[in-house]
Design a protein around this ligand. Structure first.
Ligand code: FAD
Length: 435
């Protein structure tokens, strides 16, 4: 039987980052996923990378359609969904090769099969061809998450899709219903609307994007409505209503992927549907850690990466400084884009934190007009008592990039004055932060 210092189940961003970091310290590491195709996990195969590639194509098409307003005549622009998928697949293949070569360079041993615990020192690995056992002193669980289902709308991958099957087949449709107005549903809405489909988003909640501040949500809802996206909020969809659409995309959230792991055999407890961990990502089994989407932290690829790295540090007895989740940016690739970091206004009000808000609109920023994207604003949140920057939300062009300028200010606890003294080049979108 093979024996390792650490075996990691799940080769998404959390798992492969942990593997690379532990192997870099000269320890024997086995990284396991169901099959070779799944290397890179949801993010690379069915999430961040394909969806953001699709969106880039959609934005490209939109830009061409507005070419006239930039003084460029373009005729005959056409969308080809097969080609859009092909471009996304090329990106996936390229990045997968990159991950694979890093793993090979660090001598991480790869195994493929479905893993489940036999004990806290041993797992069973089953694939089409055989079953084998793997032993390790330590395990890291990084099996990610799965799309949640709805009882009355079964995924059939013909008419009703979830994000997995949508990324796989990218169907063409004239009239699309998206169930769920979180960031995944909203990004799919932007994609299909940009390509000319009729899109309706339905959500049982009062608004899109739960968790974002009201003014950000209203600004996106307004832009969506302007583009003809229909919003049916505070509405529970029925089967009869769904039948009226060509396709239905279910995007109602995700749940930890733990059902096949035999957690009880290893003494691993859950907390709600997530895996219970301590502050060092250790589960209730002393030699087993859990990271990424299957623990109760933000379900984001960069969080998974940070947790994978941090767990490797804990396991190797290195840097024990905890992750500062306050500095995790949230990014949404709609148009306009949305990004936030640190404290939000809603949260401050809820916690009774006294704040001062500085809002600046992109219509006052020259570069936004040059780009033809002047909708939106940035909202900086300062502590009333000492004027330190506590958080920010941005809706507008390149919000997903601009947000990163703010993290160092929040981390260092710099006051507004320092922030305002910075000089921002003209004409750039960064001028949204100038006083
Ligand atoms: P995963 O990436 O899910 O990887 C888990 C791996 O474990 C999988 O490869 C799976 O095959 C494997 N596995 C599961 N069970 C077993 C088992 N029993 N045996 C062996 N292997 C197993 N995040 C962002 O930060 N930015 C974005 O723009 C973004 N866009 C997204 C868009 C969509 C449509 C979706 C669905 C997600 C998106 N995410 C985004 C979220 C991001 O994909 C996840 O947060 C991230 O992939 C979580 O990483 P992970 O390593 O925890 O798990």
């Amino acid at each position: 039987m093979d024996k390792y210092h650490t075996a990691i189940i799940g080769a998404g961003p959390a798992g492969y980052t942990a593997a690379l970091n532990i192997a870099a310290a000269g320890k024997s590491v086995c990284l396991i996923d169901k099959d070779r195709e799944k290397l890179g996990g949801t993010c690379l195969n069915r999430g961040c990378i394909p969806v953001k590639s699709f969106l880039e194509s959609a934005n490209f098409y939109q830009k061409i359609k507005s070419a006239d307003s930039f003084g460029v005549k373009v005729t005959g622009a056409e969308v080809n969904l097969d080609k859009i998928k092909e471009k996304a697949n090329k990106n996936i293949d390229l990045l997968k090769k990159g991950v694979l070569s890093l793993l090979q360079a660090k001598k991480v041993h790869l195994e493929f099969g479905k893993a489940s615990f036999i004990s806290n020192q041993k797992i069973q690995l089953k694939n089409k061809n055989n079953t084998k056992k793997i032993e390790a002193d330590n395990f890291i669980l990084a099996t990610g998450s799965l799309p949640k289902k709805l009882p009355n709308l079964d995924i059939d991958n013909k008419k009703i899709f979830d994000s997995n099957s949508l990324c796989r087949s990218l169907p063409q449709a004239k009239n699309i219903l998206i169930v769920g107005g979180g960031y995944i549903g909203s990004e799919f809405a932007h994609f299909y609307n940009s390509l000319g489909s009729e899109v309706t988003i339905v959500d049982i909640a009062e608004s899109l994007l739960p968790g974002q501040d009201k003014d950000i949500i209203s600004a996106l809802e307004k832009e969506f409505r302007k583009k003809g996206i229909k919003l049916l909020t505070a509405h529970k969809i029925t089967q009869e209503e769904a039948d009226k659409f060509d396709i239905v995309i279910i995007a109602v959230g995700r749940k930890p992927n733990i059902s096949s792991l035999n957690l009880e055999k290893a003494g691993i407890e859950r907390e709600n549907s997530f895996i219970k961990i301590d502050k060092n990502f250790k589960t209730t089994a002393d030699n087993i850690y859990a990271v990424g989407d299957l623990i109760n932290t933000p379900m984001l690829a960069h969080v998974a990466l940070a947790e994978g790295k941090k767990t490797a540090d804990f396991l190797l007895g290195k840097n024990r400084e905890p992750i500062n989740y306050r500095l995790v940016p949230e990014v949404i690739f709609t148009k306009p884009q949305i990004a936030s970091i640190g404290l939000k206004e809603t949260e401050a009000n809820h916690k009774g934190i006294e704040i001062e808000i500085k809002k600046k609109f992109f219509r006052a920023v020259a570069k936004a007009h040059i780009l033809g994207q002047a909708a939106g604003f940035s909202k900086l949140i300062f502590a009333k008592k000492n004027k330190k920057l506590l958080g920010a939300s941005i809706i507008g062009p390149q919000a997903t990039e601009l947000i990163h300028l703010l993290a160092p200010f929040i981390k260092a606890g710099l006051p507004a004055q320092e922030f305002e003294q910075a000089i921002y080049a003209h004409p750039t979108l960064s001028e949204i932060f100038s006083s």
